[in-house]
Design a protein around this ligand. Structure first.
Ligand SMILES: [Zn+2]
Ligand SMILES: [Zn+2]
Length: 331
């Protein structure tokens, strides 16, 4: 986030002794003469629009830096002062610079503000009712029971009735492919590149080709009795997004071989010069019968599959949904 300055506005401060409202840069009460206290709160005068200061000298003062509070007599001095204008004390000796950058309230906000009531402590408010706790506990127990039921399996012995296998190989070809990427990610051999501006990211700092997005202006304390109107902005950066054609390996075909025996084989490939083998995949299915019930076990484990002679006995683990969790030949 970048804080952007829009200009400076006058602030006021209220004397704690006589309640007189004084202009911000005036360091002692115009009515009773009391100095601005160290923790004085400057307030923004309520107004529809900001009444920007045009006085160059006042703006220079606001930009020079925060006032320094005299450690000897409590008088506030300009940041440029070395000795207190009232008592002549050396301000470099423990002189406190006023805090800056905090948001300034309006006089109306300051009037409406009430100190928080010293009511119920925070910890007690957060206490959860016991009924709510019991409900939560019941839901957790219910979930655990459901999970245990789903994971519970029953063992049974079944006979292999039928087997199936399917093996496939992906064929890839090297050829032109249309793709898109940011200009700095386009491959060097790309052709027919066409780019247009598109939103890429949001930056905290100003950038080239960026759209500025700013929040509502507000006033911050400069520590001088003058307020600075600022706006927090971010920058939506636009960049060239390109479409292009480049050479790459792409899947063009999947060759599949299937069978219903215990001799699975990979499909024979006849590759062209600009083709190569891509990924391989194998799926084996064993069907079982136990009385009138049938079960289907799917695996990619060839060693298991090769033992599935028709008529052989297997031990199956069946989950609560009727699915075969695991299968192995019975001894
Ligand atoms: Zn006063
Ligand atoms: Zn002093």
């Amino acid at each position: 986030m970048t804080r952007k300055s829009l200009g400076f506005v006058p602030l006021i401060w209220q004397c704690v002794f006589c309640n007189t409202q004084n202009p911000g840069p005036i360091k002692s009460c115009t009515s009773c003469g009391a100095p601005q206290p160290e923790n004085v709160e400057f307030l923004q005068v309520d107004e529809e629009r900001f009444n920007f200061i045009k006085d160059e000298a006042l703006i220079r003062m606001a930009k020079a830096g925060p006032d320094i509070h005299c450690p000897f007599c409590g008088t506030r001095n300009l940041s440029t002062a070395e000795l207190c204008k009232k008592c002549g004390g050396d301000l470099s000796w423990d002189g406190k610079a006023r805090q800056t950058g905090q948001r300034v309230r309006t006089t109306q906000e300051a009037q409406e503000w009430q100190p928080p009531e010293p009511g119920v402590p925070e910890a007690e408010k957060r206490k959860v009712s016991p009924i709510f706790l019991i409900i939560i506990l019941a839901v957790i127990v219910g979930c655990v029971v459901l999970l245990v039921m789903l994971l519970r399996t029953d063992d049974l012995t079944a006979t292999v009735t039928d087997v199936q296998w399917e093996r496939s190989v992906v064929v890839e070809a090297f050829g032109p492919v249309t793709a898109s990427a940011w200009w700095d990610e386009v491959p060097e051999d790309a052709e027919g590149t066409r780019c247009s501006l598109a939103y890429r990211y949001t930056s905290e700092e100003p950038q080239v080709n960026a759209t500025e997005v700013c929040g509502e202006p507000y006033v911050v304390d400069t520590g001088t009795g003058v307020g600075e109107v600022v706006q927090d902005c971010t920058y939506e950066v636009y960049d060239n997004y390109c479409e292009f054609t480049a050479m790459a390996w792409v899947a063009v075909e999947t060759v599949t071989e299937t069978g219903r025996d215990l001799a699975p084989a990979w499909p024979a490939l006849s590759l062209l010069p600009d083709q190569r083998e891509g990924g391989r995949n194998e799926v084996y299915v064993i069907n079982f019968r136990d009385g009138s019930d049938t079960y289907r076990y799917t695996t990619s484990n060839l060693q298991d599959f090769l033992q599935a002679e028709i008529g052989s006995q297997w031990v199956l683990q069946i989950n609560q949904l009727g699915g075969v969790q695991s299968a192995e030949p019975a001894n």
